[in-house]
Design a protein around this ligand. Structure first.
Ligand code: COA
Ligand code: AMP
Length: 645
């Protein structure tokens, strides 16, 4: 669709959005023409088993074929598919589409030699190296289901995911590289397999020069040796509704949720977003500075850019310290990147070290067109700083692991709506976003409520949770019948702009990473001296939020509090991993609770952040709140006394 003289691009977007809701089959059926199908679908939207909606039922395709082989056949063989840029190993390497096809086909053959076939799960515990992308695509090639686990998770978390996904094989690397240390993956993986009830038949290991992993005979296989012996595998047709991957994300308990992604809807939706949301064309260089362990990495390091025939960047480094806050600008200049997608925290880190953007001035960014931010709320200061210095549109867009792509954003490929700071702009096509109150009624514009999405969700979103249909319904569909509950609270203004303000559950967002305070509380409670505990997210200038624990000790425990704090901090690092960033805890005599015994975490958080709060009507003993404030002051929180309304 293109605007005529009488239709503005803004109106065009409104028409697209309206059509996507009134005629989803027509809208997404057209979008699906950009994907190559082995067999056309019978039905675009299958609602025969609602609320389990399915997209493109009857259709067959292969996601890897669409992301790799198809581009080689179309003449992109010599174009870079991946640029691996690793300041931590001083490496820059380009992999063309033809080379990627060869590597993926061979690695798929190696997986098949280990018995991996369509429908089998393969768990990946990998750093930011091209082999991670190769392994994901190789699974897709075979119709196997990958489950990537972020490298910053500890063995216990890995074991939980192994037991849930029951992978036939695990793919890993000898190490990851953090600026201050080599992270040895293999011992953690061995420990996880030791802890898990399910045992994978084989483990394939990519040995990196920085660390050689010890292989266990009979189970572990060296990547290079496996590939040398393997027959390249062809793309296996799968059903559009077959799972492509499982990605675990934090729920409110220690048991993570296995978000399932299908093949057909996912390919169609992601390909559509590249044109219409990101305004990126085949052949361009696109960079998502995230990690393959997160949903942003799945969607925008791997699948969307490759489905579009773009060059994607695999960056192994940090925005600062590898080696300086100019790294991002160096990468953008060197690889002629047009569009960058990252989390606001990365920009806060750069701004903090280089407030006057002196590093940026050293580079030629004249080809750079747009910056997209997501993962957490974008604070206006950071947005202004990025806009003033980069002189390109800076677009905040809102999405979740569950959705796989943006619920709301600014559709740069169709129309750039005026930017309102603090808003993730407008609902994207396919998304019927409503703000509801506790009585399940829509609230007036401008009023805060639970942000929900009228069913069905568009293609590319989670069809269910892995092996947990009931949990899927209970978590997302039960509280607001007919709607998907995002778990975010916020409002929509008179212009239809969406403002995402806070989570409605106990999830916190640390440096754009989603973490469960409930999971941390489970770890704290396991400490022998802890009688009860609470974890809250407190505001942090760099990371948005960081977790803070409160522990009450069992009667008779007389050990120094500092010792216990050190132990619980270490325990969370061991059980959940460094990614939790759990570094602060306080020993207190008692926790504030309602008369029915519910801990008042929200009130504690407001006190910590020096915000005004409402004295909960159901509080059991208001006298505990000043005790909490005093304890918080010892760590530099609750700086100004907040007052109950
Ligand atoms: N493997 C092992 N450990 C990892 C890891 C990985 N892949 N990634 C992070 N960690 C560790 C870090 O080393 C750190 O450990 P430490 O406590 O010993 O220092 C801890 O986990 C926390 O990591 P991180 O949140 O990355 O904090 P940081 O202080 O190292 O860096 C930022 C801060 C802001 C620079 C960093 O968070 C960042 O680059 N964020 C970009 C945003 C992003 O990628 N978001 C993803 C969603 S889009
Ligand atoms: P994750 O599943 O890790 O991507 O985290 C999703 C959560 O991050 C959302 O439910 C929001 O709470 C938060 N989030 C993501 N993007 C934004 C955004 N642009 N603005 C505000 N919050 C966001």
């Amino acid at each position: 669709m293109s605007p005529t003289a009488s239709t503005t691009t803004a109106e065009l977007f409104d028409q697209m959005h309206a059509r996507s809701l009134s005629d989803p089959a027509g809208f997404w059926g057209e979008a699906a023409k950009d994907i190559s199908w082995f067999k056309p679908w019978d039905k675009v939207l299958d609602d025969s088993n609602a609320p389990f909606y399915r997209w493109f039922t009857g259709g067959e395709l292969n996601t890897c074929y669409n992301a790799v082989d198809r581009h080689v056949e179309d003449g992109r063989g010599a174009q870079a598919a991946i640029i691996y840029d690793s300041p931590v190993t001083q490496t820059v390497q380009t992999i063309t589409y033809a080379e990627l096809q060869d590597q993926v086909a061979r690695f798929a053959g190696a997986l098949r030699a280990q018995g991996v076939e369509k429908g089998d799960r393969v768990l990946l515990y990998m750093p930011m190296i091209p082999q991670s992308v190769v392994a994901m695509l190789a699974c897709a090639r075979l119709g196997a289901v990958h489950s990537v686990v972020f490298g910053g998770f500890a063995p216990h978390e890995l074991a939980t995911r192994i037991d849930d996904a029951k992978p036939k094989a695990i793919v890993s690397a000898s190490c990851g590289i953090e600026p201050n240390r080599i992270v040895k993956y293999k011992p953690m993986l061995d420990a996880a397999i030791e802890q898990s009830a399910h045992k994978p038949a084989s483990v394939i290991v990519w040995q990196r020069p920085q660390e050689t992993a010890t292989l266990i005979a009979g189970r572990d296989v060296d990547w290079m040796e496996a590939v040398a012996k393997a027959e390249p595998a062809e793309c296996v047709p799968v059903k559009a509704t077959d799972p492509l991957y499982i990605l675990y994300t934090s729920g409110t308990t220690g048991q993570p949720k296995g978000v399932v992604r299908d093949n057909g809807g996912h390919a169609v939706a992601l390909r559509w977003t590249m044109t219409n949301i990101y305004n990126v064309k085949p052949g361009e260089v696109y960079w998502a500075a995230s990690d393959v362990g997160w949903v942003v990495g799945h969607s925008y390091i791997v699948y969307a850019p490759l489905l579009t025939g773009c060059t994607t960047v695999v960056f192994e480094g940090k925005p600062v310290g590898t080696p300086d806050p100019g790294t991002f600008w160096r990468v953008i200049e060197q690889h002629k990147i047009g569009t960058l997608f990252t989390a606001p925290t990365a920009f806060r880190a750069i701004k903090r070290e280089d407030p006057d953007a002196n590093h940026l001035k050293k580079y030629d960014l004249s080809h750079f067109r747009a910056l997209f931010l997501a993962g957490e709320r974008s604070d206006p200061d950071t947005l202004h700083w990025a806009e003033d210095n980069l002189k390109v549109p800076v677009i905040d867009h809102w999405w979740q692991t569950e959705t796989g792509w943006a619920i709301s954003g600014n559709p740069l490929g169709v129309h750039l709506f005026p930017i309102k700071y603090g808003s993730a702009t407008r609902p994207m096509p396919g998304w019927d976003v409503r703000v509801l109150n506790a009585e399940l009624k829509e609230v007036p514009r401008g009023d805060i409520g639970a942000i929900c999405v009228k069913l069905p969700l568009p293609p590319g979103t989670l069809p269910t949770l892995w092996n947990a249909d009931e949990r899927f319904k209970k978590s997302y569909l039960a509280d607001y019948p007919g709607y998907y509950q995002t778990g975010d609270a916020g409002f929509i203004d008179d212009d239809g702009y969406v403002y995402v303000m806070a989570r409605t559950d106990d999830i916190i967002n640390v440096a754009g990473h989603r973490l469960s305070t409930g999971a941390m509380e489970e770890v704290l409670s396991s400490h022998k001296d802890v009688a009860e505990c609470a974890v809250i997210g407190v505001a942090d200038d760099l990371k948005g939020q960081v977790p803070l624990g409160f522990v009450c000790l069992k009667a008779g425990v007389t050990r120094p509090h500092e010792e216990i704090v050190k132990e619980v901090v270490q325990l969370v690092r061991e059980q959940i991993g460094p990614v939790a960033d759990f570094k602060r805890a306080l020993v207190v005599d008692r926790l504030p609770k309602t008369r029915s015994g519910k801990i008042l975490r929200g009130t504690m958080q407001k006190i910590a952040d020096s915000q005004d709060y409402k004295m909960p009507a159901t509080i059991d003993d208001p006298g505990i709140l000043p005790e909490i404030a005093d304890a918080l002051k010892t760590l530099g929180y609750a700086k100004t006394s907040s007052t109950p309304a």
